[in-house]
Design a protein around this ligand. Structure first.
Ligand SMILES: Nc1ncnc2c1ncn2[C@@H]1O[C@H](COP(=O)(O)OP(=O)(O)O)[C@@H](O)[C@H]1O
Ligand SMILES: [Mg+2]
Length: 361
């Protein structure tokens, strides 16, 4: 992997036209006021994110690698590689990067309405900026972004960390799926890969959490959790007074069975939502979170259903009982904590070897 600032990042793509800019360190130091604490807008496993303004007047967000470990460098490389390949209205745009010495920086378009998590559970939750139509629109946008990764990007891309803090909102509250540090590129003909588990508690598909089986349907599962979270504003995992953790699907199922869909809607909506749409969205989330990956829809179907073409007859095939046991084995003190694994690789060589051993789930 080439990481000199003057060279393209990946030798295997020498002939490719890269759509991004390579920034100088000086430019980015200047834009972010020397990565001043006041400019910090986000913090993740990988590093801190800073707001900045370029000399040309563009607002940017700059992700700065915290420590130069092999793992962090790999995440940096994966994110730049993947983001450089994709262009879609619902994926966070990459403006450029810097790699030199001990600095690894990624430059994105700045998203003035922050992440979905800020509106659902964070600082902006009390402002109630997400009315029903915005929520539906965000759900459709995020679904379209993921559908593009699964069905249009070449090779196909599995995101592996779909969650509220990784869905950013632009000035019009359009969803932009972000954070590609854990993404997997899937060579053609491969149905699933077996890898070390990365991702976030509460959003992990059971077959992935338990056996490391990763396929597009793992993102579908995480999206189903996100859908329920968007409409209910409840967290994916909740600690009950007994100390037991309950996931959002387990919470919702009794209401779904009773047909009491209104109870699932965020009380802050104060009943201002389309009841039919609410029911459909809940049933879509139930299908996406089916414990059997084969019963989950594709993201293309999800996009169609969300756009109102209607859910086909028959609802969820199997109830989920498995999720709690799937996540119990993990150290889960922080609900927004990401799993890391040092020897998880994302390159074609590894995928080639893995693909030889894959079979259909
Ligand atoms: N382009 C951006 N515009 C505004 N905020 C951003 C942007 N990129 C990241 N952030 C903020 O920083 C947080 C961490 O960024 P993310 O890409 O998810 O990094 P990590 O890999 O560290 O989780 C996000 O949840 C969001 O709050
Ligand atoms: Mg993140």
């Amino acid at each position: 992997m080439q990481t000199e600032s003057s060279q393209p990042l990946n030798n295997s793509n020498k002939n490719r036209d890269y759509p991004w800019d390579i920034y100088t360190l000086k430019e980015l130091v200047h834009a972010t006021n020397n990565f001043h604490n006041d400019n910090k807008i986000g913090e993740g496993g990988f590093g801190s994110v800073y707001w900045g303004r370029t000399s040309k007047g563009f607002e940017i967000a700059v992700k700065r690698l915290k420590a130069m470990t092999a793992k962090a460098e790999m995440e940096f490389a994966v994110e730049v590689e993947v983001l450089g390949r994709v262009r879609h209205k619902n994926l966070l745009g990459l403006r450029g990067f810097y790699a030199g010495g001990d600095e690894r920086l990624i430059v994105y378009d700045y998203m003035p309405n922050h992440s979905l998590i800020t509106h659902l559970h964070g600082k902006l939750a009390a402002d109630c900026l997400l009315n029903w139509s915005r929520r539906i629109n965000i759900a459709i946008g995020a679904a379209e972004g993921i559908a593009y990764l699964h069905h249009e990007a070449n090779p196909h891309i599995i995101h592996r960390d779909i969650k509220a803090s990784n869905v950013l909102l632009d000035s019009e509250f359009q969803a932009k799926v972000a954070d590609f540090g854990f993404a997997k590129l899937v060579p053609e003909g491969v149905t699933h890969l077996t890898t070390r588990v990365k991702g976030t508690l509460g959003y992990l598909a059971p077959e992935y959490a338990m056996w490391g089986k990763v396929s597009e349907s793992c993102d579908v599962y995480s999206f189903g959790i996100l859908l329920l979270e968007i409409i209910s504003a409840r967290k994916p995992l909740e600690k009950l007074p007994t100390g037991v953790k309950r996931d959002i699907v387990q919470w919702a199922i009794p209401y779904v069975q009773k047909g009491d869909f209104d109870h699932i809607a965020d009380p802050r909506l104060k009943g201002s939502f389309d009841r039919e749409q609410l029911k459909e969205v809940i049933m879509i989330s139930m299908k996406c979170t089916d414990s059997n990956p084969e019963n989950r829809p594709s993201m293309l179907e999800v996009v169609d259903w969300l756009k109102g073409t209607g859910l086909p007859a028959g609802s969820r095939k199997k109830e989920i009982r498995i999720v709690k046991s799937a996540v119990d084995g993990y150290d889960d003190e922080d609900e927004d904590e990401a799993y890391d694994d040092e020897d998880d690789e994302t390159d074609f060589e590894e995928l080639g070897t893995v693909s030889a051993r894959t079979k259909r789930i």
